[in-house]
Design a protein around this ligand. Structure first.
Ligand code: PAF
Length: 282
């Protein structure tokens, strides 16, 4: 496995750049969820490189204290990348990604990043930063496929829409959420949960499960909020939306739907989501 700490080293380590590599962009603090993304990429790459980037992107943090608190665990991250099958790890500096004075192309922001009033409303500017860095990383790494976890469902829809708006030659591959044995979705933030808060955090996946017995989106939303509140989590939202646009659905449409929840548990904010259909468990 090669480690590229600059753009020049990245270019030198991508001998098969013409064919395009399989790419897993990350911000580090890697866990089993990331290892799964890398393993899925390695299983699909047919001999091409599997590149992982580790870059804590400053432009997607709306809160500077969140950026400074973000865990940095490079040595363990490199071990995990190696074990999961990465062939290149790109660890750029801020100036590699955002060269000073260099007019990078502006990146379009799809409706999924501004209209749903979910993460977009709670973290203003976050998805503009995500679109900017993902587009820049795609330009630098030139992958043919890029892998993103379904846990960040809104991010996944934003990136898929941005890639399609720009007609970028990258296949955006969704990878199902990896969960702890008790159902908690894996996240770099879980390490900040106290044992009590971790128990409260379980209410997010439980809420998604319970919502499956509802016959309507409105009832599902009520159930999810109730389950989380009863456990002592403070919901930011609990909604059932069109899975692709993330907007509320008019009744009668037959496209897939997604239940999405976010809640504060102590000092930590957790998100989760799952496919939803009326009365799935009835
Ligand atoms: O999901 C993440 O880790 C980040 O938002 C991403 C996609 C690597 C962009 O910085």
């Amino acid at each position: 496995m090669k480690v590229a700490s600059s753009n020049a080293e990245l270019v030198a380590s991508l001998p098969q750049q013409g064919a395009g590599c399989h790419f897993v962009p990350t911000m580090g603090a890697l866990h089993e969820g990331h290892a799964t993304l890398i393993r899925v990429a390695a299983a699909a790459c047919e001999g091409a490189d599997v590149a992982v980037s580790i870059f804590v992107n400053p432009t997607q943090f709306d809160d500077p204290s969140d950026l400074s608190r973000y865990p940095r665990t490079l040595e363990q991250d490199l071990d995990l990348c190696r074990a999961a099958g990465a062939t290149i790890v790109y660890v750029p500096s801020v100036t590699d990604v955002y060269p000073p004075g260099d007019g990078l192309p502006s990146t379009p922001i799809p409706d999924q990043a501004t209209k749903p009033a979910l993460e977009d409303a709670l973290r203003p500017g976050h998805f503009a930063g995500v679109c900017q860095v993902v587009r820049r990383l795609f330009d630098l790494v030139r992958p043919r496929a890029a892998y993103f976890g379904e846990k960040d469902w809104q991010q996944l829809q934003v990136i898929a829409a941005m890639t399609s708006m720009l007609s970028l030659p990258v296949r955006v591959v969704p990878v199902p959420t990896v969960r702890e044995a008790d159902g908690l979705a894996m996240s770099s933030r879980n390490r900040f949960l106290s044992p009590d808060d971790r128990r409260r955090g379980l209410s997010l996946s439980l809420a998604l499960c319970e919502a499956r017995r509802a016959a309507t989106p409105a009832r599902a939303e009520e159930i999810m909020r109730d389950v989380m509140r009863r456990a002592g989590a403070e919901p930011d939202y609990a909604v059932v939306r069109d899975a692709a646009t993330l907007l509320p659905r008019s009744s009668g449409e037959a496209a897939p739907m997604r239940a999405l929840v976010a809640a504060r548990v102590g000092a930590v904010r957790l998100i989760d989501n799952a496919a939803w259909m009326p009365g799935a468990q009835a």
